[in-house]
Design a protein around this ligand. Structure first.
Ligand code: HAM
Length: 430
């Protein structure tokens, strides 16, 4: 009896080769842009002490209170699969004294994150983020640098229909002042809010602004917002950030009701949304976390950063974005007879050393089947090892798009030692 198939876990997603060209494009754009802005790569473990997230992200956030994958290891320690990257970056920053004598630390990362949310399009239980963090400065132009980086990466990936929502959620003193006014406002009709919001009202009313339920959002209509309670210093900081965004010519909407889902945020907070996404329309989000280092036992150190969901970027990215994977010059080697396999095998190795994409059939199939495979796999050219031409030591290079073809003596390819022979043909026939 055939065995039952094993399926991927609910809420996880395989990224298949049809998409991974664009996936690699995302990573290459991020690493390129990070490099031009002087950010270095950091690679953290994907599990950490549960305490790190409880203290860093905050017990009142949805992420910590209901979405973490937490387990005990053999030694009885409570560990958690990271739900986001910032807490680990700051933990490593403190642990390795990355700030010592280096001015600000500029870091980027990419990898899987885990949240036990209700899965839907664009929302998974294991998803991938890339993120960028700058630790050690409160300067408002740095906020604009990070937002600019976020914008530039998304633009380079071909995502045009972006809106930037930005707000300042102040510091604890601003929030305490707001809390008093907000409590007075919401208390009389608290029953109209959902059970989650009632809980939020008790422990952290600001979280109520993050509720996704339409009814709760409608109830908040005229509610006082933290923005109205910012100290002069924090308001001034925010205005300077906006001035720098204008220098970068990045359009923005100030959304005074924007709060972020994690508790570590202070002052500047932002989200980029794309109309190409469905209900999960936030493509990236970030902000300042000027108290996080202290919360994690480190020295007082301001910080700022953002992260973007890679599956959501794939959904918003146009198909035609150049993936630059060598497909332009892809060669599928086709043999009319098995006796030519060694010649084809040798040429495939040679082309690959030149940085060209080349592949060969390993299923011992008819020439017709090999040609079909070449077209189906998206190769631009077939290199045919056929009886007559091989008598003259030559192969046939066929453009699969227009079927034009050209004979090339194999020894010419090897002697010249570069792609000029192919290049000339490709140049002529394009
Ligand atoms: P976040 O807003 O929780 O922020 O997540 C950032 C992005 O990750 C979201 O905009 C979304 O694209 C993606 N994302 C979040 N949850 C899911 C999910 N369940 N499925 C698919 N994609 C998802 C953070 O994580 C902060 N660490 C960002 C940050 C860095 N703030 C400062 N530095």
């Amino acid at each position: 009896m055939a065995k039952e198939k094993i399926k991927a876990i609910y809420g996880t997603k395989d990224i298949l080769p049809d998409d991974t060209g664009r996936w690699l494009k995302i990573l290459s754009v991020v690493s390129q842009v990070a490099k031009t802005h002087n950010y270095g790569l950091i690679v953290n473990p994907i599990f950490e002490a549960t305490e790190l997230f409880a203290r860093g992200i905050g017990e009142t956030s949805d992420v910590v209170s209901k979405e973490m994958y937490t387990f005990s290891d053999q030694g009885g320690r409570s560990l958690t699969l990271r739900p986001e990257g910032t807490a680990s970056v700051i933990r490593a920053y403190i642990e390795h004294s990355l700030g010592m004598g280096r001015g600000i630390s500029k870091l980027w990362y990419a990898g899987p994150m885990f949240r036990q949310e209700r899965p839907q399009a664009g929302r998974y239980r294991q998803f991938y983020q890339f993120g960028i963090e700058a630790i050690g400065s409160l300067e408002p132009s740095l906020d604009a640098e990070l937002i600019g980086l976020n914008y530039e990466i998304l633009r380079l990936l071909g995502i045009e229909d972006l809106t930037l929502e930005i707000n300042s959620i102040g510091m604890p003193a601003d929030r305490n002042a707001h809390r008093e006014a907000f409590t007075k406002f919401a208390a009389p009709f608290l029953d109209n809010f959902c059970a989650d919001c009632k809980r939020r009202f008790e422990i952290n009313p600001l979280r109520m602004f993050d509720c996704k339920r339409e009814k709760c959002q409608a109830n908040l209509g005229e509610a006082p917002v933290v923005y109205e309670f910012l100290t002069d210093e924090n308001l001034e900081h925010f205005k300077k950030v906006l001035e720098y965004l204008e220098i970068l010519e990045i359009p923005f909407n100030v959304n005074k009701r924007l709060v972020r889902g994690l508790d570590y945020y202070t002052r500047t907070a932002w989200e980029f949304k794309s109309s190409r996404l469905g209900s999960q329309d936030s493509i990236s989000g970030g902000g300042r976390y000027d108290l996080l280092s202290e919360q994690l036992g480190g020295p007082p150190t301001p910080g700022i950063g953002f992260a973007a969901g890679m599956e959501r970027i794939l959904m918003a990215m146009p198909d035609e974005v150049d993936v630059d994977m060598g497909e332009e010059m892809g060669f599928f080697l086709v043999i009319s007879d098995e006796k030519f396999r060694p010649d084809a095998f040798k040429l495939s190795a040679f082309l690959r050393k030149l940085g060209l994409t080349a592949d060969i059939d390993y299923q011992v199939r008819s020439m017709k089947a090999q040609m079909k495979q070449a077209g189906k796999s998206g190769f631009k050219y077939a290199v045919i090892f056929a009886e007559d031409e091989m008598k003259r030591g030559a192969i046939v290079l066929r453009n699969l798009a227009d079927s034009s073809q050209f004979e090339i003596v194999l020894s010419d390819i090897y002697n010249i030692g570069n792609i000029e022979v192919f290049g000339e043909f490709i140049g002529k026939k394009r």
